[in-house]
Design a binder for this molecule. Sequence first.
Ligand code: ZN
Length: 104
Amino acid sequence: MLKFKKGDTVKITAGKDKGREGKIEKVLLTESKVIVPGVNLYKKHVKGFGDVKGGVYDIPRPLGYGKVALICPKCKKMTRVGFSMAGDAKVRICKKCKKEIDTK
Ligand SMILES: [Zn+2]
């Protein structure tokens, strides 16, 4: 079961972008990291090639699970993710308001 999913709103809790919020664009399962657009950017120098223009691009660097906290879509608070059974399915719940995080 995944702690974080694409589209989750998270708050950054560590690093240079601490306090910022964003939506998860990608979850890197094998590394337990997430990518949030516009957060934890670093400059990448890209060589021009074919139609790709060379230059310096801002690329979001993945953040470890420990550096982001989920913002509950129901109570809008920063929360930990809990798990609960809904029939046969395991669902994610907000530990603060106990509501299901995923909307079906
Ligand atoms: Zn909640």
